[in-house]
Design a protein around this ligand. Structure first.
Ligand code: AHR
Length: 495
């Protein structure tokens, strides 16, 4: 008998754009993200330019990384930038107390990070130290980075080989100030923010986008207090939320060994992002109805137990088809909230948490999550298209979540892109889509799926989970018919 179809309506574009910065990434001095990730040893035989790994650069350029956040994370509030400039053999060492207690030799510092951003053709997003640094230290860092003229800091900058300022724009005023960034209350942080943000100056031609350290997950009081006290002095306010498979930080669950019940709870926890973004945005709307302040979700992703046998402080985890479904779903949520969410950063780029890339000596693999960013790059800076539909349920026992999530945009050439995720591992979804007042005559697509939710790419089987041509969409009269396979991410292009 006839399979029931889920109706979808896609409306014509308004003024809302999907900022490319929603597709940002995060690289902390943590585990093997920088060292043994981006940055290779001096005498390494791995192809590199000034110690930056070139295979990684090529892969990240392909997905058009728009911005990179650095140096943390928790690390940022113990980082003293002056230790990371000047001749490398004279740089002091420090202990990375947050991440494994390893010795940080400061060989990767300000110049190295900004060279990396230049090579990747992306914008830097620097998090300044509020937790253990001084107002003066932050003020001088901004002068060093952004002032074009004669000054004490620019003299040191040119001694270190850089004449012109970099003009860094995204500027984090602390990180997780409610936790590793100083264990503050929101009222105390708001007062500190005023001081740090005042002296982090706008130099000519280099205005800062000051980003206040925002809430942990559903700490709505933090957002409320910051918006009330300093909402008129910030460009953006952050939100951090991680998907924990079990919901228990003590025993988070494995990255590769999970059953359907744990998959279900993981996806339920992932979908909480929708509720968080909606509720934090509603608070921001009260104080900022014109939506001038951005919600900056600068840490998100799945956080599992580390791979057995690896350093627990290094947060190294594998990446499965499940992670790809999380990435597709979360990016759809951000696109659909692009009136308020202007920046987001997946944690973290290489070898840490929900990584895009894993490395082992000279080998490198692209994870299923990487492939989702490759598919979704078409939404960057495209015009948002609103969608209406009622999702079928994905049911396990007596619990259910929406099986389907979707977002759509139209790029400058007029091409329409629709990204669809079917979270249900057992059932395909038949869709019938009407595009209100939008012109198109042909449809093509790509799909990411695999036989098992636990499928991963490994160093011996690096292409098990990959993007492929999708043939399940066709034009039928005025409507678009799609057969969306179980556990898949599909991106369609309509021209
Ligand atoms: O991404 C790992 C850590 O998670 C970051 O350092 C911190 O900001 C968050 O708690």
């Amino acid at each position: 008998h006839a399979q029931s179809e889920t109706p979808l309506t896609i409306k014509p574009a308004g003024d809302q754009m999907v900022s490319k910065h929603i597709y940002g990434h995060f690289s902390e001095h943590l585990g093997r993200c920088i060292y043994d990730g981006f940055w290779v040893d001096e005498n390494s035989t791995i192809p590199n330019k000034g110690r930056i790994r070139l295979d990684i650069v090529d892969a990240l350029k392909k997905i058009k990384v728009p911005n990179l956040r650095w140096p943390g994370g928790c690390f940022a509030d113990e980082y003293h930038w002056r230790d990371g400039i000047g001749p490398r053999n004279q740089r002091p060492k420090m202990v990375n107390t947050n991440w494994g207690g390893v010795t940080e030799d400061n060989s990767f510092g300000t110049h190295e990070f900004l060279d990396l951003c230049q090579t990747l053709d992306c914008e830097p997003y620097i998090a300044g130290n509020v937790g253990s640094g001084t107002v003066e230290e932050m003020a001088k860092w901004v002068e060093y980075l952004n002032f074009d003229g004669v000054s004490p800091m620019t003299a040191i900058r040119s001694q270190n080989g850089r004449e012109k300022p970099w003009k860094v724009s995204f500027w984090g005023v602390g990180n997780e100030s409610w936790g590793c960034g100083g264990n503050m209350t929101p009222a105390y942080y708001s007062d500190l923010y005023r001081r740090y943000a005042t002296y982090a100056r706008n130099y000519p031609g280099a205005p800062l986008k000051r980003i206040a350290s925002g809430a942990n997950s559903d700490d709505y009081n933090w957002t409320e207090t910051c918006m009330k006290n300093i909402g008129n002095q910030m460009w953006g306010l952050t939100l951090h939320y991680y998907t924990i498979p079990t919901g228990n930080w003590g025993k988070k669950g494995s990255a590769t060994k999970f059953d359907e019940a744990q998959y279900f709870s993981t996806m339920k926890n992932c979908l909480k992002m929708e509720e968080l973004v909606t509720k934090h945005s509603a608070i921001m709307d009260k104080y900022d109805p014109k939506k001038k302040v951005a919600l900056v979700v600068d840490e998100w992703g799945i956080w599992t137990d580390v791979e057995p046998g690896t350093n627990p402080g290094f947060l190294y985890q594998q990446n499965s088809l499940r992670d790809a479904l999380i990435a597709g779903t979360t990016l759809n949520i951000f696109n659909n909230h692009s009136d308020r969410v202007k920046v987001a950063n997946l944690a973290q780029t290489i070898n840490v948490l929900q990584a895009l890339i894993l490395t082992e000596k000279d080998k490198m693999i692209l994870t299923p999550t990487y492939h989702v960013f490759d598919l979704y790059k078409v939404h960057q800076d495209a015009r948002y298209l609103p969608i209406a539909f009622t999702s079928p349920d994905y049911t396990v026992g007596d619990q259910k979540i929406p099986a389907l999530n979707v977002s759509a945009s139209q790029d400058a050439s007029g091409a329409i892109h629709i990204s669809l995720v079917n979270l249900d591992p057992n059932k395909k979804i038949a869709l019938s889509t009407v595009l209100d007042g939008l012109k198109w005559s042909s449809v093509t697509g790509q799909i990411l799926t695999s036989a098992k939710l636990t499928d991963v790419n490994t160093f011996s089987d690096s292409d098990k989970v990959h993007n492929a041509k999708f043939t399940g969409a066709k034009k039928s009269g005025n409507s678009l018919k799609v057969e969306l396979p179980a556990q898949s991410v599909v991106v369609l292009e309509l021209k």
